[in-house]
Design a protein around this ligand. Structure first.
Ligand SMILES: CC(C)=CCNc1ncnc2c1ncn2[C@@H]1O[C@H](COP(=O)(O)O)[C@@H](O)[C@H]1O
Length: 252
């Protein structure tokens, strides 16, 4: 049967009938007075997301081995956790690791400060948030992201381990994403270290009693988490995992 309906080829797509628009993509692109809604439509967003990956990969590809540090944005410089973050950043830098954080205030700032003052590479991967905010002053290499999921890829791709200090929802989200990636072997020889024994012990107990005890995780999954208050111990765990990975990759 012959189609009498109007039709239009649009690149790889064919549209007919009521789906044929009044204008073409080119017209809309070139019409400076036209609507700007397309800037916020999904195909355009895909390009923006792609560009965020390209920018991130480009900025971070030449980093030395790095460790990502997570923790509360709300920790004040007087809080002992801030000191802990600083000491950790310093110890990582002295061991030759770049320190990556979310670039914000609190624990992120503390870890960046420690790394910078110890002469290390201090990296902040910022995120666009509803309230105005800038990268903390101790970031030497900063990349700003619009999309959380792109930024999270960078946290994992350019690190050989995660250290998590006390924090809230953001920190827990990052911690459990890391654990899931290790549990499902998307990343291997990748230590996940919790610092702040008093803060984390109730969570570890809950995981043991409410997840492991009823089979929601396997007993060995708990071994994926290390718990310490000592920055040097955290560094030692990372160095050890690093050499295991290097041995494996070189067939040793
Ligand atoms: C004062 C304030 C709330 C600022 C928020 N500014 C932020 N800047 C950068 N990363 C952030 C920020 N808030 C949350 N995050 C991300 O989520 C984690 C902290 O979230 P939370 O404070 O634990 O839940 C950080 O590791 C970081 O990656």
């Amino acid at each position: 049967m012959k189609h009498m309906r109007p039709e239009r080829r649009q690149g790889p797509s064919l549209v007919r009938g009521d789906l044929v628009p009044d204008s073409t993509y080119d017209q809309r692109l070139l019409d400076r007075k036209g609507p700007t809604g397309w800037l916020h439509e999904d195909p355009w967003r895909v390009l923006r997301i792609q560009s965020e990956f390209v920018e991130g990969f480009g900025a971070l590809a030449d980093l030395p081995p790095a460790v990502t540090v997570f923790g509360s944005a709300r920790t004040s410089p007087e809080d002992p956790d801030y000191k802990l973050g600083e000491r950790l950043g310093g110890a990582l830098a002295e061991a030759g690791y770049a320190v990556i954080t979310g670039g914000g205030p609190g624990v992120m700032e503390a870890a960046n400060k420690g790394a910078l003052e110890a002469g290390g590479v201090s990296v902040g991967l910022g995120i666009e948030l509803p309230h105005e905010q800038r990268l903390n002053d101790y970031v030497d290499l900063g990349v700003e992201f619009r999309y959380f999921f792109v930024r999270k890829t960078m946290f994992v791709k350019y690190a050989c381990g995660f250290v998590t200090l006390p924090g809230g929802f953001g920190t827990l989200d990052e911690l459990f994403e890391a654990l899931t990636l290790v549990q499902t072997r998307k990343v291997t020889s990748f230590p996940v270290i919790l610092m702040g024994v008093r803060f984390w012990t109730p969570l570890i107990d809950w995981i043991r009693e409410s997840l492991e005890a009823v089979g929601k995780i396997s007993p060995k999954d708990l071994d994926l988490i290390s718990l310490t208050d000592d920055p040097d111990e955290a560094v030692r765990i990372i160095v050890e995992a690093d050499s295991t990975r290097t041995d494996r990759e070189s067939g040793g």
